[in-house]
Design a binder for this molecule. Sequence first.
Ligand code: PMP
Ligand code: GLN
Length: 383
Amino acid sequence: MYYPLSKLPNVGLTIFTEMSQLALQENAINLGQGFPDYPMDKQLIGLVNQAMLDGNNQYAHSNGIPLIRQKLAQKVADLYHSNIDPDTQITITPGGTYAIYTALTSFLQKDDEVILFEPAYDCYVPIIELNGAKPVYIQLQAPEYAIDWQEVRSKITNRTKAIIINSPQNPTGSVLSKQDIQELIAVTEGTDIIVISDEVYEHLIFDDLQHESILKYPELLKRGFACFSFGKTYNCTGWKLGYAISAPELMAEFRKVHQFNCFSSFTPTQVALARFLDNKAAYLELGKKMQAKRDFLQNALKNAPFKPLTSHGSYFHCYEYQGGLKETGIDLAKKITAQYKVATIPVSAFYHDGGAPNQILRFCFCKQDTTLEEAGRRLSIFN
Ligand code: PMP
Ligand code: GLN
């Protein structure tokens, strides 16, 4: 047997796969991995079906079908008052992760440094390392998980090639403010730093906050990639369709990598979504619906030994366990799954080294009210 030298020697199964498998095995309610357990819009399913019957079954244009790119440019103009050229600035991708992967791969060189904030979504570090670059970590502090911009300044060197931001953030639900964006503009001004802005939760924002897309800021758009996912917006995480938007010069490099990786994305969903994008309510009303779910879960957990931290967006809310179990991190999440039949994700999994030991767990609330209610009931009987 030949074992190649691993490019990711420290990587195992993702925490999402691990906890979803455990949930199945334990017959537990899965509030771990981020996906809705309710059906998506039937009209949108019908549009995909129709697109296939209409013969849209061959390779799409490598950049994405023209109509969906035009509709997205219109959406960006409406929401963020920014003029994006659909021909040179948008590429449709098989998911948000792929958009982030391709963006970073299109410019990272060996030994470049990339600043990211922990706890961080799990794909960033492996992508950086696969490109021979180095992650530079900045820790966000509970319960607000806000960025200390002074620390960012102190971590910038002449090798800093990129900063990854994610708002609303996974796993914490924290949201960047206008002030944060002004700081980001100030720290990157006059440098060659590229901003990767993971905006897959752009519409899942609560408490009357506004999403601060980098697309609103010409100073950032000229040096940034904004990455999106239709899976989060239309309750279809399994469709794996997303897109990236950037300045034309950056997008030209992105497309060089993209055309030799998957070349093009699944055609029928592009045709369907291009039509469905006219339905603005479908995404504009999402934040309110998801906020109600955040609050529903919080109410369901009011008699359980969990103290809510702050979540202003995303599918997620972190809670600090305050019961009698002594375990921390993954051990705590596993024990609760086995004993109380509710699976969550330990926030420790979002740190490269596990972070400081803690009992903070991430709950996914994009679930039916009955699911959330039952999880609350199960977690309220111990302590
Ligand atoms: N970024 C973040 C912060 C996410 O939570 C996710 C997935 N849930 C993605 C990117 C990836 O999106 P996709 O499933 O479209 O690849
Ligand atoms: N983004 C999802 C989450 O945070 C999981 C996606 C995956 O399983 N890779 O739960």
